[in-house]
Design a protein around this ligand. Structure first.
Ligand code: KIV
Length: 265
């Protein structure tokens, strides 16, 4: 399989293909995504909730992200992998942001980084891009701001916040972002933003008019107790895995596992 690059993704977008992105956090997940034909992968800071047991993304550290991204890269050397900059790895100052993005690129083999924020981060996006680090923007609902927003809410329902989403999208494009995630904005606003940009929009909870979609792999596979409205379960893996583990436990208790074929003499 040929390595997927930024050029590959932009060619697909310009040919009118929808881009498909999934989160992946481990080597096995990235291999499965690649084999399934997923165009590119995000090692999201959602790993905090999906794999690390946190209530939100705020506790996730650079070290967590470095370990998971390196694993994703090992599982799928050909994939285009995006490293999600964790909370407070880029907000403090540009020097720290550049340093952390540089470590992400140099040590994990990531192809790009993603950060949450709009026009206020345009100078940083510009600096990263100039330094050779492709940047994916993320606007609309920004989970790292959950505490100031008082929860996870749809963004852009009123005129002023819709105008802000549009300004942010244009500022990120102007700064050199190669794509922008639109999270939980109304479908018509996502359509207008998508039509106004040259770069791809990648939606989550923002309807069908985006250039592509991103979803959290554990939502797609049915591994979490709760499935958000914007996601769809394509598998009830949680139930299947529980059944398999129950069968294993029952056989050990009953003395039927290991059987002769699982045993060395
Ligand atoms: O961390 C994540 O999974 C994300 C997606 C929701 C886009 O940022």
């Amino acid at each position: 399989m040929k390595k997927v690059t930024l050029t590959t993704l932009l060619k697909r977008k310009n040919a009118g293909e929808k881009l498909v992105m999934s989160t992946a956090y481990t080597a096995i997940e990235s291999r499965l995504c690649l084999n399934a034909g997923i165009d590119f992968m995000l090692v999201g800071d959602s790993v905090g909730m999906t794999h690390l047991g946190y209530a939100n993304t705020l506790p996730v550290t650079m070290d967590d992200m470095l370990a998971h991204t390196a694993a994703v890269r090992r599982g799928a050397p050909e994939a285009f992998v995006v490293f999600d900059m964790p909370f407070m790895s880029y907000q403090e100052c540009e020097a720290a942001a550049m340093h952390h993005a540089g470590i992400a690129m140099k040590t994990t083999g990531a192809d790009a980084v993603k950060l949450e924020g709009g026009a206020e981060y345009a100078p940083l996006v510009s600096k990263m891009t100039a330094a050779g680090i492709p940047v994916m923007g993320h606007i609309g609902l920004m989970p790292q701001r959950v505490q100031v927003c008082g929860g996870y809410k749809i963004v852009g329902r009123d005129e002023e916040s819709a105008a802000q989403v549009m300004r942010d999208a244009l500022a990120l494009q102007e700064a050199g972002a190669f794509a922008v995630v639109l999270e939980c904005i109304p479908e018509n606003l996502a359509k207008t933003v998508t039509e106004s940009l040259e770069i791809p929009t990648v939606g989550i909870g923002s309807g069908k008019y985006c250039s592509g979609q991103v979803q959290v792999i554990t939502d797609l596979l049915g591994l979490m107790d709760f499935c958000p409205k914007h996601a769809k379960r394509y598998l009830n893996a949680g139930e299947l895995i529980t059944d398999a583990l129950s069968a294993y436990a029952a056989e050990v208790k009953a003395g039927t596992f290991p059987a002769p074929e699982n045993t060395f003499q």
